[in-house]
Unconditional design. Structure first.
Length: 103
């Protein structure tokens, strides 16, 4: 409860301590249950932070919104019965009989 390093747990886990302070902190850590527990609890934090995509962290408003025409274009392309390379590359014998003929 009275550890002089207690306030450094998060700083240590985030790697923001100076090399000297970090060495000093690590030297005391094995003998300090309070800080050891704090470090264990915080140990997952840097990994979690690094998993956050950069665009999530950046302030909003700097990205153009998705154009409203994008979604309908994708939907119509995916839903077109005779469109798409997959349907075109099929041999005619494997094409579903109800599909409309290509132009
Ligand atoms: Zn301590």
């Amino acid at each position: 409860m009275s550890c002089e390093f207690a306030h450094l747990d998060a700083v240590y886990v985030l790697g923001s301590l100076s090399p000297a302070a970090r060495a000093e902190y690590e030297r005391h850590l094995p003998g300090c249950e309070e800080c050891s527990r704090a470090v264990r609890e915080l140990a997952g934090l840097p990994g979690l932070l690094s998993k956050v995509p950069l665009e999530v962290v950046e302030p909003p408003g700097e990205h153009e919104p998705v154009p409203e025409t994008l979604l309908p274009a994708v939907v119509s392309e995916a839903g077109a019965p005779s469109g798409g390379d997959a349907a075109r590359s099929l041999p005619s014998s494997q094409r579903p009989p109800q599909s409309s003929p290509l132009p």
